[in-house]
Design a protein around this ligand. Structure first.
Ligand SMILES: [Zn+2]
Length: 188
């Protein structure tokens, strides 16, 4: 459980590299599975790494994860007063990537994991592929590199939008062109 936040590093890294990734969906996907651990620790329901810590088990989170992302974007776009576009396929893929990554990293650490449940109850298929220290280093590095790439991208986009607005304002009095504010924004 203390390991849960480290999973976010994978989401940040993949989002930084792949523009089509739904950042909300992948980030939720990387950590939502540990609801199982929370239920176990608080109410002794199930196991710390039980049935949903498997490749098939994580699928029960796929729809909720994608739906949470949809709700988040809907609220965000409403507050920001922007047009709302949501790609369910990309968000579903993003959720799936986050969910499966959790299984891979956890599988390396916990001997009780049955990643092929319900087809097999054998445990520890991935155990020891990476050491605890290696996984921590990988996930922290992924977070740091991902955050850096996102920061650089945001800075470049901000500069680009500023330049577009500047040239628009310079052109306007000369050409008397009419451009709607919406067409200037590059953000989707
Ligand atoms: Zn877990």
């Amino acid at each position: 459980m203390p390991f849960t936040p480290f999973h976010l590093g994978f989401g940040a890294f993949v989002f930084a590299l792949c523009p089509f990734i739904d950042v909300t969906a992948i980030l939720i996907g990387t950590i939502i599975i540990d609801i199982e651990g929370v239920l176990y620790l608080l109410f002794k329901i199930g196991a710390l790494h039980g049935y949903t810590h498997s490749l098939l088990g994580v699928m029960i989170y796929l729809i909720p994860c994608t739906f949470f992302s949809w709700v988040f974007y809907k609220l965000y776009m409403k507050i920001a007063n922007k047009k709302f576009r949501f790609n369910w396929l990309y968000s579903g893929i993003s959720s799936l990537l986050g969910l499966v990554s959790h299984i891979i990293f956890d599988g390396s650490l916990y001997p009780e994991m049955m990643i092929f449940y319900p087809f097999s109850q054998a445990q520890g298929h991935l155990l020891g592929i990476m050491s605890y220290q290696t996984i921590i280093i990988i996930l922290i590095s992924m977070f740091a590199v991902g955050a850096l790439i996102i920061a650089v991208k945001s800075l470049l986009r901000f500069k680009f939008e500023k330049n577009v607005l500047l040239s628009y304002n310079l052109l306007k009095p000369i050409t008397n062109i009419e451009i709607e504010e919406d067409t200037i924004h590059t953000e989707s």
